[in-house]
Ligand binder design. Structure first.
Ligand code: NDP
Length: 434
């Protein structure tokens, strides 16, 4: 705690894991003896670098780039790149740390990392984005590779950014190297179904949890925060399963449409026009826009899917959701709920699907992209979706079994932390002390 005293998000993420692991240590003193906790909370390395770039007016800007290579006991470092002004060392470290357990839960041979820059892509031209990503990759390329570290997208990094970075990596590398990044366009080695994977996977996971409790998405009212990659495809799959999605948001505010959000309009606004969510009112003037995104949790709903960013759902929001009858919460974003909010949901008997299990579908399909790149072939959308569905079911089973085995049946937060930890910790034990 002392060593990382100013890293609040990182301390929050580690505290949640430690709380879950108490019963494991009681039964397995070898993890304490071999210093697994001390070792698993210290990254293999953190790389931080200057990213200088020129805007369209010829003005020079300097941002800070990061790559945290946290753990490689299960495979090459794997995790997304985030471009957002809030990016700092603590946020990078908590995301990379969470990735260790998430990636382990997928059952695929991938280690954990995360990276990004405190760059704000909002309002930048295509050419500015290109120059920034090229400058970023000029430094990052020294540390990544298909068997070393394979970055992907995250907040502010989608197909366009991955495309520019991939092009620049290949130029620096002196030739095409498909396996160095995932989330690529399918025309240049990307996997079909990757764009949809995190959102679809979240809904598959929550669907398992609902079924086990004799509930379903059918005829339920759903709230999804954000309107980016994860949110859009969580909405799409929830609608496919018969839900009515009544609200979504961006960092400026939320829209509420009691008849059900028109997802084609949201895609047009966010993916094509790259505009703000309040534009929805131009298409549906009878919908409501509220200029405070955190108030979205005050709307009555059956299922809440926070899919925007860390700590977007605090205890007060949890209380509002419970008071309005929420039955289930599934985390699409990384660590969107505060520890107090999670404890409140659990105390009130709300079904709770934690991020590191429920949003693992994206990285699972990224690992499938790596496999397809290595084999030089591509699977169909249906094939990828079926594999994704199976991975999410398996993760759900691992979490429920671990929770049962360690004395807290139904506690998926504990189950996810324990199941993920055991996989990595056992690999670490076999690799000796390093
Ligand atoms: P995007 O950049 O595509 O979308 C993020 C969305 O969240 C945007 O609509 C953004 O609005 C909104 N947002 C940001 N901050 C806030 C806030 N404080 N309140 C409300 N809305 C906000 O990112 P992704 O969809 O890729 O990622 C979302 C979350 O999911 C992140 O936590 C990410 O780490 C996690 N995740 C993503 C995966 C992926 O495959 N993409 C995989 C696993 C996890 P605005 O445009 O105004 O900023």
């Amino acid at each position: 705690k002392q060593r990382n005293s100013n890293e609040t998000e990182f301390l929050q993420a580690t505290r949640e894991i430690f709380d879950s692991l108490r019963p494991v240590f009681a039964q397995h003193p070898e993890y304490i003896r071999d210093g697994i906790l001390e070792r698993i909370t210290e990254p293999d390395r953190t790389i931080s670098f200057r990213v200088a770039w020129e805007d369209d007016q010829g003005k020079v800007h300097v941002n800070r780039g990061f790559r945290v290579q946290f753990n490689s006991d299960l495979g090459p470092y794997k995790g997304g790149l985030r471009f957002h002004p809030s990016v700092n060392n603590s946020i990078m470290k908590f995301l990379a740390f969470e990735q260790i357990f998430k990636n382990a839960l997928t059952g695929q041979p991938i280690g954990a990392g995360k990276g990004g820059a405190d760059f704000d892509p909002k309002g930048k031209s295509d050419r500015e984005i290109m120059r920034f990503t090229q400058s970023f990759m000029t430094e990052l390329h020294k540390y990544i590779g298909p068997d070393e570290d394979v970055p992907a997208g995250d907040i502010g990094v989608g197909r366009r950014e991955i495309g520019y970075m991939f092009g620049h990596y290949n130029r620096l590398n002196g030739g095409y190297e498909a396996g160095v990044l995932t989330g690529k366009h399918p025309d240049s080695g990307g996997s079909l179904g990757r764009t949809e994977a995190t959102g679809y996977g979240l809904v598959y996971f929550v669907d398992e949890m609902l079924r086990e409790n004799e509930l379903s998405f059918q005829d339920s009212r759903v709230i999804v925060s954000g309107s980016g990659n994860v949110s859009t495809y969580a909405m799409e799959k929830a609608m496919e399963l018969g839900a009515t999605v009544i609200a979504c948001s961006d960092s400026g505010g939320y829209i509420y449409d009691e008849t059900g959000i028109d997802l084609d309009v949201v895609k047009q606004i966010k993916e094509v026009d790259k505009k703000r969510i309040h534009e929805y009112l131009k298409y549906y003037p009878e919908a409501t826009y509220v200029e405070d995104c955190s108030k979205i949790w005050e709307l009555p709903c059956d299922i809440a899917l926070p899919c925007a960013t860390q700590n977007e759902l605090d205890e007060e929001s949890a209380k509002a959701l419970v008071a309005n009858g929420v039955k289930a919460v599934g985390e699409g974003a990384n660590m969107p709920s505060s520890i107090e909010a999670i404890q409140y949901f659990q105390k009130k008997g709300v079904l709770f699907a934690p991020a590191k299990a429920a949003n693992a579908g994206g990285v699972a399909v990224s690992a499938m992209e790596m496999s397809q790149n290595s084999m030089r072939l591509s699977w169909t959308t249906e094939e990828v979706d079926e594999r994704l569905h199976n991975v999410m079911k398996n993760i759900y089973d691992s979490c429920t079994n671990a929770a049962k085995q360690y004395g807290e049946p139904g506690n998926l937060v504990m189950g996810a932390n324990v199941a993920g930890f055991l996989k990595v910790a056992n690999a670490m034990l076999t690799h000796g002390i390093h």
